[in-house]
Design a protein around this ligand. Structure first.
Ligand SMILES: Nc1nc2c(ncn2[C@@H]2O[C@H](COP(=O)(O)OP(=O)(O)OP(=O)(O)O)[C@@H](O)[C@H]2O)c(=O)[nH]1
Ligand SMILES: [Mg+2]
Length: 332
C-alpha cells in the first residue's frame, strides 16, 4: 500500500539530505575558501560551534517546498500538509546536528515523527469492548460501496477469533442482494445474523439484534447499514433514527482509502451530521497515495480503528501510527 507516495517521499528525503549535507562545512584542507573569511559561511548561513552545525530556514526551504508538493499531490489534506511541514521545519531549523551524523538519518527521524503526530493514536477495539458493559453495540456508516458490509464481516471474524461472541444486524434492507451478501458472510464465519424482509425498517432490525444479544448474553452487536451520501436528507434521517433506536456505543465511519481527499471530506460531513467515534479505511491495499490515511484522523478529529487491506476476512489491520509510517518510510 501507498507505493506511489513512498517513492516520492524517498526522493524528498534525498533532496533534504543533499541540502543538509551542503550545509556542512567542507573539510578545511580540501576547501581553502572556507578559511578565507566570512564568504562561504555567510553564503550558506551556517554556524559551526564545537563540531556541530545549526541548520537554518533557508537551507531547507527548497526541500520543504518539494515535500509540500508531494503531500498535496498525494491527496494529503491542506491543513494536514501544513501541519507536517510546520513540524518538519520546527524540528530542523535551529537543530544542532553533530558533524558526521548522517543527514539521511536526521531527516528520516524528523519526517517520521511529523507524520506520526498527525496520525493519532488509533483505537484499540478489543480493549474498548473489555472495558464496557455488554453487549457493546457498534453501528457502521458510510457512503455506497466503500466496503461496509465486508468490514462488518471482517470485524466479526476478528472479534470472534479473540473469543468475543458476536451477532450481526443486517441493517441494509434497501440494496438488492444485501441480505444475501451478509447472510453468506455470516454463514461462512459461523456468526448469528438478524435479518428482516427486504424493504423493512432497518431500525427494527437493529432493535431486534440488540434484544437478541441481551437475551443470549452476547458481547458485541455489529450493525451494517445501507450506503448513503451525506447530502441525501431522507437517508441521513433514517440513519439518525437507527442511531436513536440502537443507541450504539460506537458509530464507526467506513470509507475507502482510494477515495483520497473525498473520503476525508465525507468523513467530516458524517461526523457533523450523525457523529463518528472512529474511522475504518478500506482498500488501503489498492491505494497508491496514502493521503486519506494520513489526513483523516487529524481532519475529522477521530481515530482510525482499522485499515482494510484486501478482500479476505483476515485482511484487516488494527491501526497504529507505526503501521503507516513503516509503509511510507520503512521500519525504524
Ligand atoms: N481490495 C479491497 N477490496 C475491498 C476491501 N474492503 C471491501 N472491498 C471490496 O469492495 C467491494 C464493496 O464492498 P461492500 O462490503 O459490499 O461495500 P458496502 O460499503 O457494503 O457497499 P453498499 O452496501 O452497496 O454501500 C467488494 O467487492 C469488497 O470485496 C479492502 O480492504 N480491499
Ligand atoms: Mg453493504
Amino acid at each position: 500500500m501507498f507505493d506511489g507516495l513512498r517513492e516520492k517521499l524517498r526522493s524528498v528525503q534525498e533532496v533534504f539530505g543533499t541540502s543538509i549535507r551542503a550545509a556542512s562545512p567542507p573539510p578545511a584542507d580540501t576547501a581553502p575558501e572556507a578559511k578565507a573569511g566570512p564568504g562561504l559561511a555567510e553564503r550558506v548561513k551556517i554556524l559551526v560551534t564545537d563540531g556541530e552545525l545549526v541548520l537554518t530556514e533557508r537551507q531547507i526551504e527548497a526541500p520543504l517546498q518539494e515535500l509540500e508538493m508531494v503531500l498535496l499531490e498525494n491527496d494529503v489534506a491542506l491543513p494536514v500538509t501544513d501541519e507536517i511541514l510546520r513540524r518538519v521545519k520546527e524540528a530542523l531549523v535551529g537543530m544542532h546536528r553533530r558533524i558526521g551524523e548522517s543527514a539521511d538519518a536526521v531527516i528520516l527521524s524528523v519526517l517520521r515523527e511529523a507524520i506520526v503526530q498527525v496520525l493519532g493514536e488509533g483505537f484499540d477495539l478489543p480493549a474498548y469492548i473489555r472495558g464496557r458493559e455488554r453487549p457493546v453495540k457498534i453501528l457502521f456508516t458510510g457512503v455506497n460501496g466503500t466496503g461496509k458490509t465486508t468490514t462488518v464481516a471482517k470485524v466479526g471474524d476478528y472479534l470472534k477469533r479473540l473469543g468475543f461472541s458476536v451477532v450481526i444486524a443486517s441493517g441494509d434492507t434497501f440494496r438488492a442482494g444485501a441480505l444475501e451478501q451478509i447472510g453468506v458472510h455470516a454463514e461462512r464465519l459461523g456468526i448469528k445474523v438478524i435479518q428482516h424482509k427486504a424493504g423493512g425498517d432497518p431500525s427494527a432490525v437493529l432493535f431486534d439484534a440488540v434484544e437478541y444479544a441481551k437475551a443470549h448474553r452476547m458481547d458485541v452487536v455489529l450493525a451494517d447499514s445501507a450506503g448513503r451520501f451525506h447530502n441525501r436528507v431522507n437517508l441521513m434521517n433514517q440513519l439518525e433514527k437507527m442511531k436513536r433506536v440502537m443507541s450504539p456505543d460506537l458509530v464507526v465511519y467506513v470509507d475507502e482509502a482510494v477515495a483520497g481527499n473525498d473520503a476525508v471530506v465525507r468523513a467530516a460531513e458524517f461526523e457533523k451530521l450523525v457523529g463518528t467515534d472512529a474511522v475504518i479505511l478500506t482498500k488501503a491495499d489498492m491505494d497508491m497515495r496514502g493521503g486519506a490515511a494520513i489526513s483523516i484522523a487529524h481532519t475529522v478529529g477521530k481515530p482510525i480503528m482499522f485499515l482494510g487491506t484486501g478482500q479476505g476476512y483476515g485482511d484487516l489491520l488494527p491501526f497504529s501510527p507505526a503501521v503507516v509510517v513503516d509503509e511510507l518510510l520503512g521500519s525504524a
